[in-house]
Design a protein around this ligand. Structure first.
Ligand SMILES: [Zn+2]
Length: 187
């Protein structure tokens, strides 16, 4: 590079035009050169920090995959859904969960896996029936669903179940009753 040449260049830090002695000079002076260096350092730090954040954000997915107990938030993350969806799955009995504390719901990994397997039939030996009853969960209401659908109180429903010898099937948090029998009586 010749020292005799004079070229007009734009400082890459301050944007001002300046006369440079080489065609590759990037900055108008030491000041801009130093400031540009500092800015680069800062940018590197920000980038590193962003990378760390991303690692923290994505790391749990790998960890969650091998975790035996999951929070609702974790389940949502694993199956790529909202927490509300997970609560819906739990509330409709499709996903088994345990409330270990008032606001702490835990799902076992194996129960989460079950969600993606064939639905397990419910088999229940009713007191009044020597034959084991066999119901698919899809063919049943939860008690809450019956109450909501037919606008009956819990007491009314319990009495109705008793009076009509409707099999009440317990599974997880919920008791289920066969849709057909309920519909026959309440419709
Ligand atoms: Zn400059």
């Amino acid at each position: 590079m010749s020292t005799n040449i004079k070229v007009q260049r734009i400082c890459q830090f301050c944007g001002k035009e300046f006369t440079a002695r080489t065609t590759v000079t990037q900055y108008c002076g030491d000041n801009c050169s130093k400031r540009a260096y500092k800015a680069r350092q800062r940018a590197t730090k920000v980038e590193t920090s962003n990378k760390e954040t991303l690692q923290i954000k994505t790391k749990p997915i790998e960890e969650l995959k091998v975790q035996e107990f999951l929070s609702v938030r974790h389940v949502a993350k694993l199956i790529g859904s909202s927490r509300q969806t997970v609560y819906n799955l739990i509330n409709t009995g499709k996903l088994q969960a345990v409330n270990i504390l008032k606001k702490k719901t835990i799902v076992r990994r194996c129960d989460l896996d079950k969600l993606f397997e064939q639905p397990t039939p419910i088999i229940q030996q009713a007191d009044n029936n020597p034959e084991p009853l066999h119901y698919e969960i899809d063919d049943c209401y939860t008690l809450k669903e019956v109450q909501d659908k037919y606008g009956v109180s819990e007491t009314t429903l319990q009495n109705l179940i008793k009076r009509n010898n409707i099999p009440k099937i317990k599974k997880g948090w919920f008791a289920y009753v066969p849709k057909k029998m309920i519909d026959n009586i309440l419709t």
